[in-house]
Design a protein around this ligand. Structure first.
Ligand code: NI
Length: 258
């Protein structure tokens, strides 16, 4: 069944029908979801969702745009969450230079600090990197990310960089963007990356795939992404779903029969 490696089911976009929607995920062919924290509040919300739904796992961490004002006390809190059995990663963490709101040095400090945290708790990382390719790679090398592993979420860089991350032991997260008309660079990256290193993700409620672009996204729409990636890799949709599910379980170090 489909494994959605990255969604935000705490988001207020789901407040009206969250239970109904998540209750119907099996009918949509969705087997597993990892819901991702982006600050301290949503990390706590991710923990709560994993307690409520048996097919939902969680990641806890602070998104680069939310790092202003973070403290070491927050790192202690994340460490406590990370010890819970259904928390499978630290993230999303990284660098985002697209919007100038958050000081770059502040972002870099907490990115490196949360990579250290991932090492301490022996969990893989979920990386968010936008318009910050060089600094992301530099910090990941400094922190020996090849010993941590994880996924580059919503990958948006070149195929050369995709292969560099693959060499580091990372997976490439592919979502709705691959169905967009202007996805040429991402198409090249997906073609270049070995199929064993590709995982599917929604980033729900954002980045809804064609033909539903612009509407609220949810895991049930991943079939459009699976269909597109299967076409690019020359496999059937069923094969693509099976392979990316296995990849996601390896990425998040989950037992095969969970
Ligand atoms: Ni996200």
């Amino acid at each position: 069944m489909i494994f959605d490696t990255h969604a935000h089911y705490d988001d207020s976009a789901f407040d009206e029908d969250r239970e109904e929607l998540l209750g119907g995920m099996n009918d949509h062919g969705i087997g597993t979801i990892v819901t991702i924290g982006a600050d301290m509040k949503t990390s706590a919300a991710a923990v709560r969702l994993t307690e409520r739904y048996s097919f939902i796992y969680g990641a806890v961490g602070v998104h680069p745009s939310e790092t202003t004002g973070l403290t070491e006390r927050d790192m202690e809190q994340l460490k406590e969450y990370a010890a819970l059995p259904r928390i499978v990663a630290i993230g999303e963490i990284g660098l985002d230079y697209h919007y100038p709101d958050t000081d770059r040095e502040v972002q870099q400090h907490w990115f490196a600090r949360q990579l250290e945290l991932a090492k301490e708790v022996c969990l893989p990382v979920v990386i968010h990197s936008r318009d910050a390719a060089q600094d992301t790679m530099r910090i990941m090398k400094e922190q020996h990310c090849e010993e941590i592993g994880g996924v580059i979420h919503c990958f948006s860089y070149s195929k050369e960089q995709a292969l560099q991350y693959v060499d580091m032991g990372f997976y490439i997260g592919v979502g709705g963007v691959i169905t967009f008309k202007n996805a040429k660079k991402l198409v090249e990256a997906v073609e270049a990356v070995p199929i064993e290193r590709i995982v599917l993700e929604t980033d729900a409620p954002y980045l809804s795939p064609e033909p539903e672009r612009g509407r609220r996204n949810h895991s049930g729409k991943l079939v459009y992404v699976a269909d597109r990636v299967a076409g690019l890799k020359g496999v059937t949709v069923q094969e693509l779903i099976r392979i990316t599910e296995e990849n996601a379980r390896r990425l998040y170090r989950m037992e095969a029969d969970v």
